[in-house]
Design a protein around this ligand. Sequence first.
Ligand code: UDP
Ligand code: G50
Length: 474
Amino acid sequence: MADSGDIQTQPHIALLPSSGMGHLVPFVRLAATLAAHNCRVTFITTHPTVSLSESRLVSRLLSAFPHAVTPKEFHLLPLDRSTANSKDPFFLQFEAIRRSAHLLSHLLTSSAQSDPPLSALVTDVTLASAVIPITHDLYIPNFILFTSSAKMFSLLAYFPALVGVTLSDEINIPGIPPLLKSWLPPPLLDQTNLFTTQFIENGEALVRSDGILINTFESLEPEMVAALNEGKVINGLPPVIPVGPLVPCECEPERGESSVIEWLDWREKGSVVFVSFGSRTAMSREQIREVGEGLVRSGYGFVWVVKDKKVDREEEEGVDEVVGGELMERILKDGKGVVVKKWVDQEAILSHGAVGGFVSHCGWNSVTEAAWHGVRLLAWPQGGDQRINAEVVERSGLGVWVRSWGWGGIGKVVKAEEIEKKVREMMGNEQLRVQAAQVSDEARKAVGLGGSSHRGLTGLLDKLQNTINSKHAV
Ligand code: UDP
Ligand code: G50
């Protein structure tokens, strides 16, 4: 293990996250984990960021680790939007970073004199194909951090083989159970969409990377990890190393926000439902009101995060306006629930004993956090990789997925009665509670001393350390 205090032999790892909290959060956690393993970390910070939450989180990481983590500013070139086929601000930012990747050469070679040379760069998967050629030219090993499920990774690896093929309803990826076409991230159904062109290029680049770190753990997705490493999905992949769940860092929460936790302190153990759809999913007003009505009718206490804009900088309306005054009044009466329309400390909420269930879009970070705390899930995927993740949730026993609800935002509105019924079923499902607790035990074993994810990470750091030592010996 990299346990020498000698700065000359410390692995020095640069991290390059991508855009959006869903991609930044796991990089922050990896930075903190590497610092705890006595690595030097260079954290590449892109400017500007899409959301305010991103720039704030980076600042908190840097102040929490003033010695172990050093920032490097990466100023992006402006993107000509007419040359990028997408309206999604986060996908456009992936593209802006990708098209600025050549600027990384200088950035990666201009370390301070006192820094040990870079042992590796860990790149977010959305940037892989643009960044790997740069690190190759500099002879810097390149690892990818995959921030979603191993199941989603299998799709990424296999997807290039499907280009030009008319997809049938069932997609058969070798070595893993079939995926349904209806589970694919919707943009992938359009081969000219920016997300799709990036996805194909990144999928093709995987074999040129030195290793893939995935924020999952073996017992959550055992068949996936085995199939990938046995070469069943595609040939020629580098080692696929589960390193998760990447555990929340103390630097993550913003200070000063504790009203939700104070409210939870008064509730009975396991009696509250937490409802949140992540950092970038806006819900229609009509759907928001059905959710609120359904939660009130369920009879369970709830903490509900509403969001009606994709990017936080654009949030203007207050919570009363979005939820509706009459409904808000009924929610507040008798303290049935708490509704917030801002960033919450999800880690503090999920770790609170009063929370017994989580209605989630199944962004992969939310899934890993629920797994870590053993909170059962009611999966309601809203887009992207979330249906594939919801299937992992269901298969592992961590939660249930109501497939008939469809994608949020597209097509039908799910009615309050339906929501009420499914929330009650989840909260009353004792078997699910026990299974979720077992998943949490497994997650803790995986990252504990000698656990599968712990061994995966320390094995990698040992290799980097040995490379440094052999260079010193020459
Ligand atoms: N998150 C949070 N507070 C919020 C919204 C999100 O702490 O109000 C965190 C959440 O805990 C998770 C991340 O932001 O770590 C969101 O990532 P996820 O993959 O769940 O979904 P995405 O936002 O990418 O759709
Ligand atoms: C974000 C998102 C939708 C989505 C995904 C996101 C993924 C992750 C994998 O991260 O599926 C991935 C995305 C893009 C890419 C390569 C890999 O080029 O909003 O589906």
